[in-house]
Design a protein around this ligand. Structure first.
Ligand SMILES: NC(=O)c1ccc[n+]([C@@H]2O[C@H](COP(=O)([O-])OP(=O)(O)OC[C@H]3O[C@@H](n4cnc5c(N)ncnc54)[C@H](OP(=O)(O)O)[C@@H]3O)[C@@H](O)[C@H]2O)c1
Length: 246
């Protein structure tokens, strides 16, 4: 099985930004998409739009910090569409700011969503992938973990934790059943800046979003590229940033 058409893809963080753009693109290319996030209305509007264009989509309110929510999302895919081919662990928050601010609450929130949330998805999807003999885990990490910069310490740490986990999982899973892909975007124009509490960091990020950030559709195309490869081809890592980003 290759290409996107006919695949069943569950996406966390599908209510805005990269997740939303990816849902639209994959549905346009013939995938059935299963959308998870906390904002029910946003998900329902997106499902309606996709269906109006002839696509297949369902949504389930999902808080990735809750293991049971991921189990439910994966189950929904299997119940509605008979299988789950890809899980995109994309939900994320960015509580940026210098370590010296001691924002323990923000750090914990990032660990809960960006790390624990991805792990919950892995735990929910792996048994289904093993049963099917086929499955693909994609996660949205960040160039923050590749080029270390002040103000992004813990955020970058959460992204690199996920990078490490996926690489180990890849090595543990070379029997041909599981494919893993980490996508590392640079600045992408989304709602992510809204999750930044530190006013200086929020303003700086918003300015970069306005000045040169990528459209989320660019990241969606990169994700689709990884998914559409034949089963024996694993795209391990994709780094995608604006050409002018330093
Ligand atoms: N934008 C960038 O420059 C950039 C760069 C590199 C990496 N990334 C990564 O890309 C991913 C997507 O972010 P984005 O840029 O598209 O930002 P975004 O527009 O803010 O989207 C974040 C998504 O995550 C969801 N989310 C947050 N907390 C959640 C939770 N507890 N449970 C379930 N869903 C949750 C949000 O939905 P609800 O609020 O409805 O739950 C939303 O759909 C994140 O992992 C982010 O770290 C972004």
């Amino acid at each position: 099985m290759s290409g996107v058409t006919g695949k069943v893809v569950a996406i966390t963080g599908a209510s805005s930004g990269i997740g939303e753009a990816t849902a639209r693109l994959l549905a346009e290319r013939g995938a059935a998409v299963v959308l998870g996030a906390r904002r029910r209305e946003r998900l329902e509007t997106l499902v309606t739009e996709i269906r109006d264009r002839g696509g297949r989509a369902v949504a389930g309110v999902t808080d990735v910090t809750q293991r049971a929510d991921l189990d439910r999302l994966v189950q929904r895919a299997v119940e509605e569409f008979g299988q789950l081919d890809v899980l995109i662990g994309n939900a994320g928050i960015a509580k940026l700011g210098p370590v010296a601010e001691g924002d323990v609450e923000g750090w914990s929130a990032m660990i809960d969503v960006n790390v624990r949330g991805v792990l919950h998805g892995i735990a929910a999807a792996l048994p289904v992938f093993r049963r099917q003999g086929r499955g693909h885990l994609v996660t949205t990490v960040s160039t923050s973990g590749l080029k270390i910069v002040p103000g992004q310490a813990v955020y970058a740490g959460t992204k690199n934790a996920v990078r490490t986990i996926l690489e180990a999982l890849r090595q543990e899973s070379t029997d041909g059943v599981l494919r893993t892909t980490t996508v590392s975007p640079g600045f992408v124009r989304t709602e992510l800046a809204d999750s930044i509490d530190d006013p200086a960091e929020r303003e700086r990020t918003q300015r970069r979003f306005e000045e040169f950030a990528l459209d989320p559709a660019a990241v969606a195309r990169a994700i689709a590229f990884a998914i559409e490869q034949p089963e024996d081809v694993e795209i391990g890592d994709i780094t995608i940033r604006p050409t002018v980003q330093n």
